[in-house]
Design a protein around this ligand. Sequence first.
Ligand code: RTP
Length: 155
Amino acid sequence: QEAHAAAMERTFIAIKPDGVQRGLISEIVSRFERKGFKLVAIKIVVPSKGFAEKHYHDLKERPFFNGLCDFLSSGPVIAMVWEGEGVIKYGRKLIGATDPQKSEPGTIRGDLAVVVGRNIIHGSDGPETAKDEINLWFKPDELVSYTSNSEKWLY
Ligand code: RTP
């Protein structure tokens, strides 16, 4: 069903500095990959504090905003774009609740994290933020469109 490919949904996923430092990159990538989502962009980057503030601009009134931005800019982050049917919502499901104390076992945060300030991963929470975050973190030519061999068995 090739008509799918053109309009396939995309989301922005980031492995935060704690996830990178703890050696969880392959574990996290693997969960999205095995589900059947397609990786269309990936890079490692140390965001500046100002960049982190842009990324989290919606949270600027929250008491933890400054600490959160300090943390996101404290080391390497893996920035990714994943593609697939329902990837924005289902990606959030794979990630689990914001507070790892409340995330279900089987989710990334439920299995791999303990506290909200070190919850190892970020995922866009809707179509608008997905679009904005992809545009913030990636230039258009860093997104790669391709057909993966497994697609005809997934869709
Ligand atoms: P994210 O954007 O990172 O995927 O997380 P989220 O939507 O599940 O949660 P959100 O409410 O947008 O919060 C963004 C990030 O802020 C940190 N946080 N710290 N100290 C605190 O009480 C607190 N609350 C939130 C978390 O790292 C959360 O992922």
